[in-house]
Design a protein around this ligand. Structure first.
Ligand SMILES: [Zn+2]
Length: 129
């Protein structure tokens, strides 16, 4: 299953952040997922819940923002949203289209509670304390 691999990768990122910032618990994880990443949000959320059990992210909200597929025409420079995987420029009907968005899969931010004693609490995570 594709999603469990993603969630495992996601937890590698989370664990790095937990170690680096002295995070005590995570209340929410915001993800950006491109249309081409072929992720089923419901499945991803279910996997996340299972993997998060017993970790600092147990019970955390998973917020998934889907990024639409976008492209740029190499012929005329037009930027547009690609619908139904039609890589054709709507302005000049050229087919030389560079993909500019839609492959994303990354952690946008973590909502976390840091351990103030660690001295590593930074604004980069939305620390609730
Ligand atoms: Zn064009």
């Amino acid at each position: 299953m594709h999603e469990i691999t993603l969630v495992t990768g996601l937890f590698e990122i989370i664990n790095e952040q937990v170690a680096a910032r002295g995070i005590e618990s995570i209340s929410a994880v915001r993800l950006k997922v491109g249309a081409l990443a072929a992720v089923e949000p419901m499945t991803l959320a279910a996997c996340f819940e299972v993997v998060a059990e017993g970790t600092v992210a147990e019970g955390a909200r998973l917020e998934i923002e889907e990024v639409p597929l976008t492209g740029r025409c190499r012929g005329c420079g037009e930027r547009f949203r690609i619908e139904n995987y039609r890589f054709i420029c709507p302005r000049c009907t050229g087919g030389d289209v560079e993909m500019t968005g839609g492959r994303e899969l990354y952690v946008e931010s973590l909502e976390a509670i840091c351990n103030p004693a660690s001295g590593t609490c930074r604004k980069a995570t939305d620390c609730q304390r």
